[in-house]
Design a protein around this ligand. Structure first.
Ligand code: BG6
Length: 487
């Protein structure tokens, strides 16, 4: 089937996300023949660039980051790119008119407005698009995360966007849902029979979800000061992963059935309020240290062109939470969530730790662990106990039954954004967040944020290159558990 012609209009089109993720993903789609010859990519920004400037910028910044096996394909890709300078919400309407002129006569094409700009601008953009008559029935809008900074602002944005676009046209992106292993989790759970009977509190001791990054936040303090790890990673990525682990089997693989089950999980999260926030959550901020063999500055000393403020001192670059899903399947099973910048290794994984054998006849038994590795080296491991070879006393050793996607499948693992952009173009919203999901996630996050902000205490320091503050280890240590660390 031939791909349909589309116009993809990216607000914030010259920004970091666009240069690092969206354009490389679109190039890969083009290279694989998944964009029709007429499909155009129109970047909008305040930048004052013309098409040639923008193509030059992409040629300089993106070409080195993607595999080019045929220069003609790269040229074809550059040829799809356009740039329109726009004065966001200002008096000068020339940019909107130019966009209007470019889109005139193409009303039948799929039209995607990708808002990769700060969430406060979403409502304004949508109103401008409506005002200049660019919203067609075939239009879709993509909203980047985080959607708002708390429940109230998320609702306001949803109302504003919802006044112009139907829910069915709105795609709230969470790029973790586009990761290959994340989708594989659904297949693992719902296309195999053996896990379901033990996927509950009778057999599972606890679940750990970790997104650990080695990068710091150089040049990003403007954004990060107002986000922090809880808003940047937990409210969206980590809670989405929790939903996929904890959800009930949906009756169909379709957009509503899957999202209905996820929202039920979010609604079942036990609220963490008042004094519990101190017990069940940990926040940290990295200080100077050694990362990847180099001395790196602490968060407050990251080069950013501006001096750190009081807000910078309070923002968390690490967060850990002990969550609980209050329903029949999961009551009593802790879900530990953890994410941080400047950690020792870059990896994201879900660890399902089973209960130990009820009675061990061998010394040294350890509980089974199922590890779903999202990145890097995507794969699934089931750690089982085995006997170490030898004629003496029986000695046990945990060994992995291991599935490596790279070894098993030779096809390239696509980047999350490729999958999600194609889903937007073909109109499949299953892997996007519905309004009620986003709001349910904020409803759970809000009291934690509120308590942190009211507190006046600073986040616990941890040196760059270490695995978070001491509090994060105590969070599990209190119940005799430990984090599964990268070897
Ligand atoms: C983004 C966050 O959503 O996810 C970043 O804003 C973070 O702070 C990034 O670095 C991590 O994505 P990935 O795909 O590299 O795990």
């Amino acid at each position: 089937e031939l791909p349909q012609s589309a116009d993809l209009i990216v607000f914030g089109g010259t920004g970091d996300l666009s240069m690092r993720k969206l354009l490389p993903a679109l190039y890969h789609c083009d290279r694989d023949g998944r964009l029709s010859p007429e499909t155009r990519i129109i970047a909008m920004s305040r930048g004052g660039l013309d098409d040639a400037d923008f193509r030059g910028k992409v040629d300089a910044q993106v070409r080195g980051a993607v595999p080019i096996d045929d220069l003609n394909v790269w040229e074809r890709f550059l040829g799809r790119l356009h740039h329109v300078s726009v004065d966001i919400g200002g008096e000068d309407t020339a940019g909107w008119e130019r966009l209007g002129a470019m889109l005139a006569g193409h009303e039948q094409r799929t039209r995607v407005f990708y808002l990769a700009s700060p969430p406060m601008t979403f409502g304004l953009f949508c109103r401008q698009l409506e005002r200049v008559g660019l919203v067609t029935p075939a239009s879709r809008v993509v909203l980047e995360k985080p959607l708002g900074r708390d429940l109230a602002s998320a609702r306001r944005i949803n109302d504003e966007v919802g006044a112009i676009f139907d829910e069915r046209q709105i795609h709230r992106i969470d790029h973790y849902l586009g990761k290959e292993t994340v989708q594989n989790l659904l297949v693992l759970r719902f296309a195999n029979a053996f896990l379901e009977p033990i996927w509950n509190s009778l057999w599972i001791d606890h679940v750990q979800i970790t997104a650990s990054e080695t990068v710091g936040t150089p040049g990003r303090r403007g954004y990060y000061d107002h986000a922090g790890a809880l808003r940047d990673m937990v409210q969206n990525h980590l809670l989405q992963l929790l939903c996929l682990v904890a959800m009930e089997p949906p009756s169909r693989n379709d957009r509503e059935a899957i999202r209905d089950e996820k929202v039920k999980v979010l609604q079942a999260l036990r609220p963490i309020v008042g004094g519990e926030v101190d017990r069940f959550t940990v926040r940290g901020q990295y200080t100077a240290g050694e990362s990847g063999g180099e001395q790196v500055p602490g968060y407050l000393d990251e080069p950013d062109g501006t001096a750190p403020t009081e807000t910078s001192r309070r923002v968390e670059t690490f967060a850990a939470i002990r969550a609980e899903v209050k329903n029949w399947r999961w009551a009593g099973v802790p879900f530990y969530l953890r994410t941080g910048k400047r950690m020792p290794h870059r990896y994201s994984e879900i660890v399902v730790q089973f209960k130990d054998v009820p009675h061990s006849i061998f010394p040294g038994s350890a509980p089974n662990r199922l590890v779903l590795r999202l990145q890097p080296s995507e794969g699934i491991q089931l750690h089982i106990m085995a006997k170490e070879p030898g004629a003496g006393e029986v000695a046990l050793k945990p060994v992995p039954l291991s599935l490596s996607f790279a070894e098993t499948f030779t096809t390239r693992v696509p980047e999350a954004y490729e999958r999600l952009l194609m889903d937007v173009l073909t109109g499949n919203p299953t892997l996007f967040m519905r309004r009620d999901e986003v709001e349910a996630a904020w409803r759970w996050i809000d009291p934690i944020l509120g308590e942190w902000e009211a507190h006046g205490t600073l986040p616990e320091p941890y040196p760059a290159g270490t695995s978070g503050p001491a509090g994060a280890h105590e969070l599990l240590g209190r119940s005799g558990r430990t984090w599964h660390e990268e070897a």
